[in-house]
Design a binder for this molecule. Structure first.
Ligand SMILES: *[C@@H]1O[C@H](CO)[C@@H](O)[C@H](O)[C@H]1NC(C)=O
Ligand SMILES: *[C@@H]1O[C@H](CO)[C@@H](O)[C@H](O)[C@H]1NC(C)=O
Ligand SMILES: *[C@@H]1O[C@H](CO)[C@@H](O)[C@H](O)[C@H]1NC(C)=O
Ligand SMILES: *[C@@H]1O[C@H](CO)[C@@H](O)[C@H](O)[C@H]1NC(C)=O
Ligand SMILES: *[C@@H]1O[C@H](CO)[C@@H](O)[C@H](O)[C@H]1NC(C)=O
Ligand SMILES: *[C@@H]1O[C@H](CO)[C@@H](O)[C@H](O)[C@H]1NC(C)=O
Ligand SMILES: *[C@@H]1O[C@H](CO)[C@@H](O)[C@H](O)[C@H]1NC(C)=O
Ligand SMILES: *[C@@H]1O[C@H](CO)[C@@H](O)[C@H](O)[C@H]1NC(C)=O
Ligand SMILES: *[C@@H]1O[C@H](CO)[C@@H](O)[C@H](O)[C@H]1NC(C)=O
Ligand SMILES: *[C@@H]1O[C@H](CO)[C@@H](O)[C@H](O)[C@H]1NC(C)=O
Ligand SMILES: *[C@@H]1O[C@H](CO)[C@@H](O)[C@H](O)[C@H]1NC(C)=O
Ligand SMILES: *[C@@H]1O[C@H](CO)[C@@H](O)[C@H](O)[C@H]1NC(C)=O
Length: 544
């Protein structure tokens, strides 16, 4: 495959020359005719396409046969009188309207005498001896086979950018700062790279070439690897922040995604905008607001994010933390270390509430015990039933749940409720069954025990049922301690005696003293005991 790749490059391609002074228009007028500048075999052309998002607008692009763009100086919509001008000064210029320059190759006075586009899709401006500017060396959001992507290049789409590091890692960034995806070669490639070149082969293999490697190292395969005969594959950074390999059949004008570097789209930072929460419906990632205390910035485009209806500084002393289960505010290094804490879930919530520099917090339940406090600023949220984390966001009380967000947790919602009912009935049924079984077993084995009196029957069932506190009469206690005979010791507020219950369980009986505070003391004692976890405090007698 590599051999064929090189042979292709060695075959000189005859390019259709574009003469200086010529101009392409977005639409025909009485004085010009719309045209495309095409490669010799018309595989690629430079010209205007209808804009995919704005119906009456245009996109200037180098496009594959059928109209799939592979290089666009700008993805912003252009109006119908837009033009591409190859000036006699040697610059290629994109003009919107009649005179507003949107893009310029900046090659004026560099001796450019001709322009051409070859059958690999490369637009070249050259002087009499060599290339001065080419679209392959100035990629926008796409690379095609036979194009070399080096560490000095960058693909951009919206707030997202893609770069190749000198280590050979592929990195995706949001706003040039937050690296939300950083992936290296399979660790079986042991070489330390210095000047890697990323390339997509025409068969769908994404690989990294480097002098220190004997051959190109495979990074990924498209899922239609080596299939189809007249198919263009290309790698594009989409405006949803994912990097994908696409296939397009010649002349079809359609494209199909064949591989995406970020498998889980909701892991793309900022996909749902500031304070937007990404989740999935049955088919696609969708964006919603954390609660009804928020509203979309743009109701027509949920990816633009959310804003508070009332800012928290406008309700001083009345802010609360709204709970978002299975939700995480995405955090990536560089994270300010003063915002990461090793605290439990309630502290993670309350610490944020009292801190004026905290807007939201995420508590991870993945075993790390970490809590992230998020300062006011851009936040990207992710909700999934599989996420082991809880988040809290500061709102003016009361917090109002977003039915849309909880509704999609299940369009499953009704199914979920059904499921809960079934589980509840099963659990209750099982408990009753077990209680009945244990009760009858116990009755069966103990009915003949002479020590077994009416009292024990009363408490034993209760005890078996729930471990709930059991009441004894004074007479019962007197009997079990043989008239408070064997004193074990004296603790706070009273003495402790040894006793034996009818079922032979050995117990300690504490007699509280000081009548006036009796009720209070009693409650304190119970509270102390119930917060103590000790082997011998477990009631576990089965020996009847
Ligand atoms: C523009 O004019 C040319 C030549 O007259 C014609 O072939 C082409 O179809 C026209 N394009 C449009 C979009 O009308
Ligand atoms: C330029 O290419 C586009 C896309 O293939 C096509 O729709 C249009 O008709 C072409 N224009 C001319 C004048 O050939
Ligand atoms: C081109 O002009 C139109 C209206 O004149 C405008 O809506 C559009 O944003 C402009 N495009 C660019 C890339 O400046
Ligand atoms: C050309 O120069 C202008 C002004 O310096 C700059 O804004 C623009 O980005 C340059 N264009 C390219 C394609 O480098
Ligand atoms: C053509 O451009 C190259 C690189 O920009 C430069 O080194 C060379 O001198 C130029 N040749 C002429 C004839 O201008
Ligand atoms: C890509 O790089 C290879 C060497 O790695 C080189 O032979 C080839 O000419 C380059 N292709 C382009 C279009 O620059
Ligand atoms: C993007 O980064 C710039 C500085 O690099 C910063 O000033 C700006 O606030 C950031 N944008 C957002 C939305 O965080
Ligand atoms: C490259 O990516 C791997 C994960 O695939 C990561 O462990 C490593 O730290 C990255 N290296 C650099 C230099 O970013
Ligand atoms: C790395 O590649 C080797 C062979 O190409 C393969 O056996 C191994 O499973 C790969 N490892 C990973 C983590 O993908
Ligand atoms: C990686 O390289 C080190 C030193 O260069 C070598 O000892 C080791 O065997 C290599 N591992 C693999 C899997 O090739
Ligand atoms: C999921 O969301 C996408 C995008 O909003 C929408 O087109 C699709 O119809 C939704 N599917 C279901 C099953 O709700
Ligand atoms: C706080 O909000 C609650 C509920 O909206 C309201 O009843 C209460 O009066 C508010 N308290 C203050 C101090 O604003």
């Amino acid at each position: 495959m590599m051999l064929r790749f090189l042979v292709f490059l060695l075959v000189p391609t005859i390019s259709a020359a574009i003469q200086p002074g010529s101009t392409l228009y977005a639409t025909n007028t009485s004085t010009n005719t719309n045209q495309n500048w095409s490669s010799p075999d018309s595989t690629f052309s430079l010209g205007f396409l209808p804009h995919p998002q704005y119906p009456t607008s245009f996109l200037a692009a180098i496009f594959y046969s059928g109209g799939v763009p592979i290089w666009t100086p700008t993805s912003a919509p252009l109006d119908s009188s837009a033009s591409l001008q190859f000036l006699t000064t040697g610059s290629l210029r994109l003009v919107n309207g009649s005179d507003r320059t949107v893009w310029d190759s900046n090659t004026t006075s560099r001796g450019v005498s001709s322009a051409s586009i070859d059958d690999f899709g490369n637009l070249v401006l050259s002087n009499s001896t060599s290339t001065v500017w080419s679209s392959f060396l100035n990629p926008t959001d796409t690379i095609v086979p036979s194009q070399n992507f080096t560490t000095s290049m960058i693909l951009r789409s919206g707030s997202y950018s893609f770069q190749l590091l000198s280590s050979g890692n592929l990195t995706l960034r949001w706003n040039n700062t937050i690296v939300y995806h950083n992936q290296g070669l399979n660790s079986s490639y042991n070489a330390s790279l210095t000047s890697p070149i990323l390339g997509l082969q025409s068969n769908g293999l994404l690989s990294i070439a480097e002098p220190s490697l004997s051959g190109p190292a495979t990074f990924a395969y498209s899922n239609d690897y080596a299939e189809g005969s007249d198919v263009l594959r290309f790698l594009r950074l989409d405006n949803d922040g994912n990097l994908r390999i696409y296939s397009s059949g010649r002349g079809s004008g359609s494209q199909t995604a064949r591989w995406a570097i970020v498998e889980d789209q909701c892991q793309v930072f900022g996909y749902c905008g500031n304070m937007g929460i990404c989740s999935y419906n049955d088919t696609a990632p969708i964006c919603g607001c954390p609660s009804l205390n928020f509203e979309p910035v743009d109701p027509m485009d949920t990816r633009k994010g959310c804003k508070r209806k009332v800012e928290t500084q406008d309700c001083p002393g009345n802010a609360t933390m709204f709970d978002l289960d299975h939700t995480q505010f995405l955090t990536y290094p560089p994270e300010n270390n003063s915002q990461v804490f090793f605290v439990g879930i309630s502290a993670c919530r309350s610490n944020c509430l009292v801190s004026p520099t905290c807007d939201a917090s995420t508590s991870l339940s993945d075993g790390t015990g970490l809590c992230y406090l998020k300062p006011p600023g851009f936040m990207s949220g992710y909700h999934s039933p599989a996420l082991p984390s809880s988040s809290y966001i500061k709102v003016c009380s009361p917090g109002i749940p977003n039915p849309l967000l909880s509704g999609q947790i299940g369009g499953k919602s009704s199914g979920l409720r059904m499921h809960t009912w079934v589980v509840a009935i099963m659990v209750i049924g099982t408990i009753f069954g077990l209680v009945a079984l244990e009760g009858s077993l116990w009755w069966w084995c103990c009915r003949n025990s002479p020590k077994f009196g009416t009292l024990t029957a009363q408490y034993a069932l209760l005890e078996y049922a729930s471990g709930a506190p059991v009441q004894f009469t004074y007479k019962d206690l007197q009997r079990s301690t043989k008239g408070f005979k064997e004193k074990l010791g004296a603790g706070g507020f009273g003495s402790v005696y040894r006793g034996v219950l009818a079922n032979k369980t050995v117990v300690a009986v504490k007699q509280l003293e000081g009548i006036e505070q009796g009720e209070k003391q009693f409650r304190m004692e119970v509270a102390t005991i119930s917060s103590t976890h000790h082997l011998n405090l477990k009631i576990s007698q089965k020996d009847c």
